[in-house]
Write a protein that binds this ligand. Sequence first.
Ligand code: HEC
Length: 118
Amino acid sequence: MWYAPKLTSTETVMMMKSLIVSAASAALLVMSGAASADQALAQKNACMSCHGVDKKIVGPAFKEVAKKYAGDKTAHDKLAAKVKAGGKGVWGQVPMPPNPQVKPEDLSKIVDWVLSLK
Ligand code: HEC
């Protein structure tokens, strides 16, 4: 037999509150986990040494890139090809070197992530 303590109503409310809080923070974790998984891919492929999420380093801030191509349906393919082959002239005269080592499925995820930034 186990002994179930009788809870006062205040204790019950407190318990429910902490349950709700932990459910909410779990949901938040899942959401931020999704975003940082793509960012981790960008980090792993050394993109973040030249690009900041919201500040220019050598290349443009990824948020600026997202803004520039907002509403451009061809942006995903265009940018994936550009990242792979490298290039210059869109943001200035500093070229982006080619990044042929990035796996196509990773590249696609990174470009989706970049374009989703706001
Ligand atoms: C050595 C520095 C460097 C690295 C590493 C680098 N970039 Fe870039 N990136 C640049 C520069 C410089 C530009 C601007 C090129 C231009 O003006 O056309 C740029 C431009 C871009 C653009 C916008 C292209 C356009 O035509 O508007 C995207 C998207 C991008 N980079 C993604 C990436 C991703 C993803 C990676 C990692 C696989 C990466 N970059 C790695 C320097 C870099």
